[in-house]
Design a protein around this ligand. Structure first.
Ligand code: PSU
Ligand code: MN
Length: 303
């Protein structure tokens, strides 16, 4: 735990730390850039409720006025949701500047892992992580989320990765960096909107308690880096693979045609896929996040 003048824990998180209660971190780029208003705010608040219902204290993270905030008020969440893309999308490389200039930033998985680790929080729930983009062999577009998983000791629970990414290369990268990838109740990497990708994961665990044991073992040996738990979207909300893959291909072609690059790529693709699918991808996205929060709370409670 690294406490300094740039990190603020909410009173609820301070108390949870003091009393050794289970805590689950959550990101805020998903609020500002990952979903439209008002579903983004409704989803973020519902995630916090589900987290509490499953025995853990929610710590949504963002940079507000140059402070890394661990635990946000409902008003702060509403602000990030309403402002949407006007808020800086804050990944690792943005943090020093946002702090020094006293700006606001919605934290990506990478930046949220840094916030969580600075508060000694070991479990983090989100929807999808960034990864190696398709065509990365020429663009070198690889999300900083993967490097963060290699270095920062936080267990991230997600629904796999969208096929806007090259899933095979993403798995290779995680292997090279020594990041454990654990399928929760599955042998396969889920592809976010669908439960299967055809790509094997190195480990499968069916019990949140065993995932907690792995986190504790890593901590005891001073293991550098985090872990990735991949949790398939519940069957009843999973999408038709052909339809969603067609929408993703179309969104990628459009991004290439418009020359979208850098940090704009992922938010552009997410919004485009939502439009192409007439909003049904958003409904699936919301449900898989809830499912991940439930699992993360159970893992945190077992530590
Ligand atoms: N994937 C999603 N939804 C998201 C993101 C990714 O399905 O909201 C967001 C997360 O905040 C993630 C970030 O950390 O995008 C990755 O952005 P980039 O690819 O620019 O690193
Ligand atoms: Mn990128």
């Amino acid at each position: 735990m690294i406490r300094n003048r740039f990190v603020t824990l909410s009173p609820e998180i301070e108390e949870a730390k003091r009393e050794h209660k289970p805590i689950v971190a959550m990101e805020s780029t998903i609020i500002s850039h990952g979903m439209p208003y008002p579903q983004n705010v409704e989803t973020a608040l519902e995630c916090q409720r589900i987290c509490r219902e499953n025995g853990a204290v929610p710590a949504t993270c963002a940079v507000i006025d140059g402070q890394i905030c661990v635990g946000l008020t409902d008003e702060q969440i509403d602000y990030l949701g309403r402002e949407g893309k006007n808020v800086n999308k804050a990944s690792r490389r943005d943090l020093p500047l946002l702090l020094a200039l006293r700006r606001d930033g919605a934290t990506t998985v990478a930046a949220t892992m840094i916030a969580a680790a600075s508060a000694g929080i070991r479990v983090f729930a989100t929807g999808g992580i960034g990864g190696v983009h398709r065509g990365a062999e020429t663009t070198m577009d690889i999300s900083a989320d993967l490097e963060e998983l290699a270095h920062t000791p936080v267990c991230v629970v997600c629904a796999g990765a969208k096929s806007i990414l090259d899933l095979n290369l993403t798995m290779e990268y995680l292997e090279t960096k020594g990041v454990p990838v654990i399928g929760y109740g599955t042998d396969e990497l889920p592809a976010f909107y669908t439960r299967k990708s055809g790509i094997k994961v190195p480990w499968r665990l069916d019990d949140p308690g065993l995932i907690a044991d792995a986190i504790c073992a890593a901590e005891e040996i001073g293991y550098e880096g985090g872990m990735l738990v991949v949790n398939p979207i519940p069957e009843e909300y999973s999408m038709d693979a052909d339809a969603i893959n067609k929408a993703i291909d179309e969104a990628i072609s459009e991004a290439n045609r418009l020359g979208i690059k850098g940090k704009e790529t992922t938010p552009f693709l997410l919004a485009k896929i939502k439009d192409i699918t007439g909003g049904s991808s958003l409904a699936a996205n919301i449900q898989l996040v809830y499912n991940n929060v439930r699992l993360a709370a159970k893992i945190a409670a077992s530590i």
